[in-house]
Unconditional design. Structure first.
Length: 573
């Protein structure tokens, strides 16, 4: 059981207690435990084993006992008692963006609505707008939130699926007779959300591999088992399909099952135009006797089709084959190219680790520089820094740098953009910072023109180096706020402001399409984790995958630059 599972259980306790009318102080205490554990830089299970649960901030004797109970039994009695008080559908309703415990309690107590379908039907009939604190606009937002919720149930986040899939692939590689194994499908292409998980392996004895796979502890239930294919449900309920193919077909099968469907259609037509046939078994020259001319590797198949091998992240039929024909494929950025992370939080605001602990974690990543960017004063809910607190942090960073010779710490801040486009600190304080990240954390419901103007005005102050999570979306939880992305990209170009790919799996914002738009406009990009704990620095890989899908090369991304070049750009502002 990982930290997210534990955090989710405590969030459910907090939400159901609030619906039940519990003391707000007690509700807040459970919310604090959930947030802290979700952002914890080490395994709560490991801390429990070492008898150190109460070392976790906000975890006292009672909550430590509940964590221990969950780890040992898979349940918390107090949570089960709360669940028994209410229909099961209320927990699903709490997953809808915009439906917090207060609104769920309101529609449940006033209208008897107890599940998502009932809520959707009532909203469509206009039955919510007359409730206290609701209105037609809220009703419309709830319907939008239900749409996002349903989409999220169908597909899982890349960051939730990839680690599990990679673990299974590594176990497959250890099975006797397996020569290679890989993820496939949308997961291998780095899509931001994943449906079913596709995994491929190659071996002479496919039945033996299928038998071994069925014994993996990650599987909850096998739903189809054959000699070359197994379909099963993982412990988290996500379906996984394993296919085992002959070594001579490995490359062709990996291409076919990686997709995309549209990319495969283009390749098959290209084969036909050359008098060939392409399928999951290989590339064949047709005639009286069909002859396989390629299939062992992807490179071999592409080469026989007259193309260089196209990276999986590009295989979306979005111009990649034409670029390959003209030798214009980008040399995609790789994780090893990243030299620093420019967006992270410490205990000074809402982070779980100190400045020194984040520094050490970045050193472990092999970075040459990092930026500490705690929240600005307006974001009180996240412990935003007062001007004096920020000044003290800047001083501490300057002193720390005097002692360092292997890594540079930049004094930065994630500064809120106010409704009028001004920034959350006076100009003289902003000038003391090495790096200014600007962000919107409130006012999402404003119209497109107003939010776009707000962002552009902030850029035009000349003090913003980087615009964080530009569309404000949370995948499956919150839709992007309305902006004219083309105007924002043009303003970024005009003011030499970089745009962020926020690598947090629920954000991945900019998305791949917007990355490509920004690249074509000549706008600089930064890939950052927005880490609130040391472990979240690992999210960088998801940002890099998004960048690769957006055709980005290392030169497009400012935090791949050597420190001297990066500082030269930063100091121009």
């Amino acid at each position: 059981m990982d930290n997210r599972d534990i955090a989710r259980a405590f969030e459910q306790i907090a939400h159901l207690m609030e619906i039940d009318g519990a003391d707000p102080f007690r509700v807040r205490s459970y919310e604090n435990v959930a947030r802290t554990i979700r952002e914890l830089g080490e395994s709560a299970a490991a801390l429990a084993e070492a008898g150190r649960l109460q070392d976790i901030p906000h975890v006292g004797k009672s909550t430590a006992a509940k964590i221990q109970e969950l780890l040992e039994t898979g349940r918390i009695a107090a949570l089960e008692e709360l669940k028994a008080k209410f229909p099961a559908g209320l927990l699903d309703m709490l997953e809808i963006p915009g439906m917090g415990p207060k609104k769920v309690a309101l529609v449940y107590n006033k209208l008897g609505l107890a599940d998502v379908e009932g809520l959707a039907a009532a909203a469509e009939k206009g039955e919510l707008r007359d409730l206290e604190g609701m209105g037609a606009k809220t009703e419309e937002n709830i319907l939008r939130g239900i749409k996002v919720y349903r989409q999220g149930r169908e597909r899982a986040l890349l960051g939730d699926v990839l680690p599990v899939a990679e673990q299974i692939v590594e176990k497959l590689k250890q099975v006797k007779g397996v020569k290679a194994a890989s993820t496939a499908g949308s997961l291998r292409r780095g899509r931001e959300t994943i449906g079913d998980i596709d995994v491929l392996a190659t071996a002479r004895d496919s039945a033996q591999v299928c038998d071994a796979f069925q014994q993996f502890e990650e599987l909850r239930e096998v739903i189809l088992a054959g000699d070359t294919k197994v379909s099963a449900y993982l412990q988290n309920g996500r379906q996984i399909d394993l296919r085992v193919v002959e070594p001579d077909s490995w490359g062709a099968a990996l291409m076919y099952f990686t997709g995309s469907k549209e990319h495969n259609i283009v390749l098959r037509q290209r084969a036909i135009d050359q008098g060939l046939k392409l399928n999951e078994y290989g590339l064949f020259r047709e005639g009286k006797e069909e002859k396989r001319i390629a299939g062992k590797t992807e490179e071999e198949v592409y080469q026989k089709l007259g193309l260089p091998c196209i990276e999986p992240e590009l295989r979306e039929d979005s111009g990649e084959v034409e670029a390959a024909e003209q030798a214009k494929l980008p040399k995609l950025i790789a994780l090893k190219d990243i030299k620093g992370d420019l967006h992270m939080h410490t205990t000074a605001s809402d982070g779980a680790h100190t400045l020194e602990e984040m520094l050490e974690a970045c050193r472990t990543q092999g970075y040459k520089y990092l930026a500490i960017t705690d929240h600005s004063q307006s974001l009180g809910v996240a412990g935003g820094l007062s001007p004096r607190a920020l000044e003290k942090q800047i001083e501490a960073i300057r002193k720390l740098n005097d002692e360092l010779d292997d890594i540079e710490v930049l004094a930065g801040c994630e500064v809120d953009i106010k409704p009028d486009g001004s920034l959350d600190y006076p100009q003289e304080l902003l000038r003391e910072l090495d790096l200014v990240l600007a962000a919107i954390h409130a006012g999402f419901s404003s119209d497109v023109e107003r939010i776009t103007r707000r962002i552009v005005t902030a850029f035009e102050t000349g003090r913003v180096h980087l615009f964080s999570h530009p569309t404000g979306r949370l995948i499956g939880r919150r839709e992007p706020y309305g902006i004219d992305i083309e105007r924002v990209i043009q303003a970024a170009k005009d003011t030499d402001t970089a745009l962020e790919i926020n690598a947090y799996p629920e954000r991945l914002d900019l998305n791949d399409v917007h990355c490509r738009m920004a690249k074509q406009a000549g706008v600089k990009i930064a890939i950052n984790t927005d880490a609130h704990s040391a472990s979240m620095l690992e999210y960088m890989r998801y940002g890099v995958l998004t960048a690769r899908r957006g055709w980005l090369e290392s030169t497009d991304v400012v935090n791949t630059w050597p420190l001297a070049r990066f500082l030269k750009w930063v100091r121009r502002k």
